[in-house]
Design a protein around this ligand. Structure first.
Ligand code: PEP
Length: 256
């Protein structure tokens, strides 16, 4: 049995006041998150604030990105050890916005994933196809290529702890969600790919779905056998939506 994860990706949103209000609301309902892992990933500059607000709670703070380098002349970058000082364990890597807007390559995502594993932290590796790629029938080819590059660069012993997020680019922030069947097909293919390296790790690995997850569609998505929770963007900024999504993940655990 895998423990589901719901991770909120705040992207470049928030401010001190709004963050405090959102966290207060999320923590009020923490009893609904029994049996799952919940994390929120604020912009790096708010890591300390959010970490303080979450201290002693069941909700963890994560990061949206990190440098593959340890320290030194890398202007504008934030290292893993800096994030770890504020309690960060999970780091989102290779989000489609970073790939598309900041030209992050499969190789850079792999390099960062390796650094995160080496630091004893947990990468949340995002993969996903564009609409054009899906319509060309290339979905599995694209996500397999993205994941394979990562699988080749991390130690097998670290594999089971790695989290993968399937995020079809056409579903991110668009209000269009993959159907549970479309998502399940890709999740099963990703798990099979991991099984080629290590079957045990594949059965333990959490594979999240991301792309316009909301309070309405979460339960059906999380009911699928290979969907182990969600990476949530827009809805993670609305307390009620995020709480309901966490509740859906916890409920799917009970009934699944
Ligand atoms: C995301 O940013 O990872 C995401 C899935 O966004 P949204 O939920 O807004 O589609």
């Amino acid at each position: 049995m895998r423990t589901s994860i719901v991770a909120g990706n705040w992207k470049m949103n928030g401010n001190l006041k709004a963050n405090a209000e959102l966290i207060a609301k999320i923590l009020k309902e923490a009893s609904r998150y029994d049996g799952i892992e919940v994390l929120v990933c604020p912009p790096a500059v708010y890591t300390a604030q959010v970490s303080d607000l979450l201290e002693g709670s069941v909700v963890a703070v994560g990061a949206q990105n990190a440098s593959a380098f340890g320290k030194g002349a890398y202007t504008g970058e934030v290292s893993l050890s800096m994030l770890a000082e504020f309690g960060v364990r999970h780091v989102i890597l290779g989000h489609s916005e970073r790939r598309a807007l900041f030209a992050e390559s499969d190789e850079q995502v792999a390099q960062k994933s390796q650094a995160v594993c080496d630091a004893g932290m947990v990468p949340i590796v995002c993969v996903g196809e564009t609409l054009e790629e899906r319509e060309a029938g290339k979905t599995l080819e694209v996500v397999s290529r993205q994941l394979k590059t990562v699988l080749e660069s991390i130690p097998v012993e670290a594999l089971a702890e790695v989290v993968v997020a399937y995020e079809p680019v056409w579903a991110i922030g668009t209000g269009k969600t993959a159907t549970p069947e479309q998502a399940q097909e890709v999740h099963a293919a990703l798990r099979a790919l991991v099984a080629e390296v290590d079957a045990d790790a594949a059965s333990r690995m959490r594979i999240l779905y991301g792309g316009s997850v909301n309070a309405e569609n979460a339960s059906q998505l999380f009911a699928k056998p290979d969907i182990d929770g969600g990476l949530v963007g827009g809805a993670s900024l609305k307390a009620n939506e995020f709480i309901a999504i966490c509740g859906a993940a916890a409920g799917a655990k009970v009934t699944g």
